[in-house]
Design a protein around this ligand. Structure first.
Ligand code: CIZ
Ligand code: SF4
Length: 350
């Protein structure tokens, strides 16, 4: 990256000192990760921010819903900054507050809302987290989705899983042994979600029709191709991948799981990884003794994650160092209150 920009980022960070804490998501560009005080998945980063109350500014190098979660979990004195406001998440955008309220009405009309517990993936807007808290549900991450679903089924007969249908389906079928036929997909673009009242009554898992535009693109063919190309390869994918991809893989887990698995892998082993490309490239560089390839060459970076680049980071840091707050992400008090209930439920999971 541009040495002049690197120098400016360094200087602005030095001027800010302990007043700033920079978080870098695993899917961020190398040029940005270089300036992160800590790296992690979205939940770990929100907790890391909360553990730094002396930092007045939390610069979140990640996407919008992650900055919202950090704002919810940090004190109101701390300001959470997203270096580019256009860094959203297509999956989180697939469930709006209005659509989810309408879905709840559809469930009520079918007579199942009372026995349904919402479980929302961390990758959702603060509004969806608040909806979840209002209706006695929980948030989950890809590391604790199984425990979240087990808890939800101890509270009710059905789960409404938002917004990633793949994580919901993979966890229900693989980890809880729920038959595929008992999973239905609620399509917010169709009247009544495209489901009959009878289908809703017979279902155990009601999956929101959302997906990740990166992980959802890995295909069964890509798994078969890599197995043909690299004999003995271990296929390791994220649970946001389609059910058929996850079923064909050797190992499935969150980004933190993928990182640990590769740390523990023996020298000389071969791995095909189905997660975001920035992370896969970084892992390949960090493990020159292992063969690490990207699962599917037709899949690309997460375009919104990549919006955070060095120029945006420099601009944010220099503005803050000049005493000017830019791109603050602030969740309103009521939304924060209910979203926090759902996040605290996750922290209290058995
Ligand atoms: O797909 C993503 O954006 C992930 C895995 C986010 C996170 O860190 O939870
Ligand atoms: Fe959203 Fe997928 Fe990008 Fe993650 S990788 S921010 S889930 S679009």
């Amino acid at each position: 990256s541009d040495p002049h920009l690197v120098e400016r980022a360094r200087a602005a960070k030095a001027r800010l000192g302990d007043k700033v804490f920079v978080l870098g998501h695993h899917y961020q560009r190398d040029e940005v990760i270089e300036f992160a005080d800590v790296t992690g998945d979205s939940f770990k980063l929100a907790r890391d921010a909360a553990a730094r109350p002396e930092a007045e500014y939390i610069v979140f190098c990640g996407v919008h819903f992650m900055a919202e979660s950090a704002d919810i979990l940090t004190s109101s004195r701390q300001q959470v900054i997203l270096p580019d406001l256009a860094a959203g998440c297509s999956m989180a955008d697939m469930a709006s507050a209005e659509q989810v309220a309408e879905c709840w009405d559809v469930l009520a009309d079918a007579g199942v809302a009372d026995v349904t517990v919402p479980v929302s993936y961390m990758n959702s807007s603060a509004d969806i987290k608040a909806f979840t808290g209002r209706h006695g549900g929980t948030i989950c991450t890809s590391s604790n989705a199984q425990r979240a679903l087990e808890w939800a089924f101890s509270q009710g007969e059905k789960v409404l899983f938002l917004p990633d249908q793949h994580l919901g389906r993979n966890t229900a079928v693989r980890d809880l042994g729920i038959p595929l036929e008992e999973c239905v997909v609620y399509n917010p673009h169709k009247p009544g979600g495209g489901l009959t009242a009878e289908q809703l009554r017979n279902a155990r898992m009601i999956l929101w029709r959302g997906h990740c535009s990166v992980h959802g693109r890995f295909s069964l063919e890509s798994v078969e191709d890599v197995r043909a190309r690299i004999p003995g390869v271990n296929v390791l994918v994220h649970p946001e991948c389609k059910h058929e991809v996850v079923s064909a893989a050797d190992h499935v887990g969150s980004t933190e799981y993928i990182i640990k698995m590769l740390d523990a892998a023996p020298a000389g082993s071969a791995w095909a990884i189905g997660t975001e490309l920035n992370l896969v490239r970084r892992l390949a560089k960090a493990h020159p003794d292992k063969q690490i390839v990207f699962l599917d060459k037709t899949v690309c970076f997460c375009s919104t994650m990549n919006r955070i680049d060095l120029p945006h980071l420099v601009w944010a840091l220099e503005s803050l160092a000049d005493g000017k707050t830019v791109n603050r992400i602030e969740v309103d008090a009521e939304t924060e209150h209910f979203a926090k209930l759902a996040l605290e439920q996750m922290l209290a999971l058995p």
